[in-house]
Design a protein around this ligand. Structure first.
Ligand SMILES: [Fe+2]
Length: 465
């Protein structure tokens, strides 16, 4: 009997869906700001054939029709050609639940529910983790625990899909875990269909040189994600973008398919509930000492000065006590901008564990400039050790969080519980378990809990206004 159950489970995991190449998922689309009538993009992936799709959604009684559009055809090696579709769900009530269904030739084949983005004064409950789709038991257990939290949305802090962010890797490591039909700690959870995913690219999603001879299906992020396009106006081939080389046909196909997203979608900002997010590509092909980028971050934070909370998110952490990636400190170049812009939290991944700093301000060594290829940024930090995130919840400085334990193999387990191996700025360090951050952002309080893949609380603190 057990054998038959396992056989059935095995077959169903590998069985092709008759309708979807990949099942529906929700994206923010190019909607950086909250709207009186909210919107989300309902996306899904179809086989490479013409299909008579219909999309409907409802917040009350009546179904409203949305117009599906084929965004692109993805035709790369290693994976069958497929078509990415999107339908704008355009008249949602802020913070209210809705249901959608997809039909083929009038016959409903898929239905799910979610919640529209919450308005500027509303509390929100969201989850952040990075370094995740690596096809590990930890990744699947984290997905399962995250679903139990019922977050309003999820932010992935980079290194979304290992090991090269390829279309073929999304097929095996991303969709089956985060859009599993059933919640199961050994499989994953049906998150993508019902929970808005946002995120940022890391070094495994995008590299300084993308060689299409080696990675013919690389940069899949730009095929599947739909995020705000309000970052610096980058163009293919411009400075601060990855260099594309190799097979010219594949390259042209990629550029044609992703003309609306690549490379613009690498940096953006958005609002959700009481939080403003500034999202940054911290890969080494970006020069964060360049005026263009610095001014964009400054202006974005200034424009968000009335938001209750400001979060900046990117992949490579500036203040890290792990021996792994210790020298990669380039993004410290932005610390003074975060401080002046009154940033509350900086969230990163890259280092596969959990770390929290004391609130800090950072002064770069006078006269220092980052040489080409250099990664270390020396300077002096000032720490607010009186902040305890409980009785004293008003930090002097910025809190830097590393939440890179979302699934990939953990780093530096030996430093867990060994403060003598941490730098002075580190307050918490948990490297013996996979984990994720759960944040509740209310009007006067922001609470972060770090939760393990087994559902155990590892850390907790509160920020107060
Ligand atoms: Fe990374």
């Amino acid at each position: 009997m057990k054998f038959l159950t396992l056989l059935f489970l095995g077959l169903s995991l590998f069985a092709k869906d008759p309708y979807f190449f990949e099942k529906p998922y929700l994206q923010l689309g190019d909607r950086p700001k909250q709207l009186p009538q909210e919107g989300l993009d309902l996306m899904w992936i179809g086989y490479d054939k013409d299909v008579d799709w219909t999309v409907e959604y409802k917040t009350d009684q009546a179904w409203i029709k949305a117009t599906p559009k084929m965004l692109r055809r993805v035709d790369v090696t290693l994976t069958a050609a497929h078509r990415v579709y999107s339908a704008p769900l355009a008249r949602l009530k802020p913070g209210k639940p809705f249901t959608y269904r997809i039909s083929i030739a009038g016959k409903p084949i898929f239905e799910a529910s979610s919640t529209a983005r919450k308005p500027a004064n509303a509390a929100s409950h969201f989850v952040v983790f990075g370094d995740c789709a690596a096809d590990t038991t930890g990744q699947r257990a984290v997905a399962f625990q995250v679903a139990k939290e019922k977050p309003d949305y999820i932010f992935i802090a980079g290194d979304i899909v290992y090991s090269r962010g390829r279309v073929s890797e999304y097929q095996t490591k991303f969709w089956p875990v985060y859009n599993a039909d059933q919640a199961d700690p050994q499989v994953g959870a049906p998150l993508l269909r019902s929970t808005l995913f946002t995120g940022v690219i890391g070094n495994h999603d995008s590299q300084p040189v993308i060689d299409f001879d080696v990675n013919p299906d690389g940069l899949a992020f730009y095929n599947y994600w739909s995020l705000p396009l309000n970052g610096p106006a980058l163009r293919p081939g411009s400075k601060n973008t990855p260099e594309l080389k190799g097979n010219e046909t594949i390259k042209q196909n990629f550029l044609k398919a992703t003309s609306a997203t690549f490379p613009r979608m690498a940096n953006y900002s958005f609002d959700y509930g009481t939080v403003h997010w500034t999202v940054i590509d911290s890969n080494p092909y970006v020069d964060w000492s360049s005026a263009e980028f610095r001014e964009w971050v400054q202006a974005d934070l200034k424009a968000a000065s009335r938001a209750k909370w400001r979060i900046v998110a990117f992949h490579h952490p500036p203040f890290n006590s792990s021996k792994a990636h210790f020298k990669e400190q380039r993004i410290r170049l932005l610390a003074s901008i975060f401080e002046a812009g009154k940033v509350d939290l900086v969230l990163s991944g890259h280092v596969h564990n959990y770390q929290r700093t004391h609130p800090l301000t950072f002064e770069i060594e006078p006269g220092f400039t980052l040489a080409k290829g250099a990664t270390e940024v020396p300077g002096k930090w000032t720490l607010d050790k009186s902040f305890d995130g409980d009785k004293n919840a008003r930090p002097k400085g910025v809190l830097y969080i590393i939440t890179g334990a979302g699934g990939a193999n953990l780093y530096n387990r030996e430093q867990n519980g060994d403060p003598s191996s941490w730098l002075e700025f580190t307050n918490k360090f948990v490297s013996d378990t996979h984990s994720f951050s759960v944040i509740d952002a209310e009007e006067k309080q922001l609470k972060l809990r770090q939760v393990s893949a087994e559902g155990k609380e590892l850390d907790r603190f509160t920020l107060s206004r």
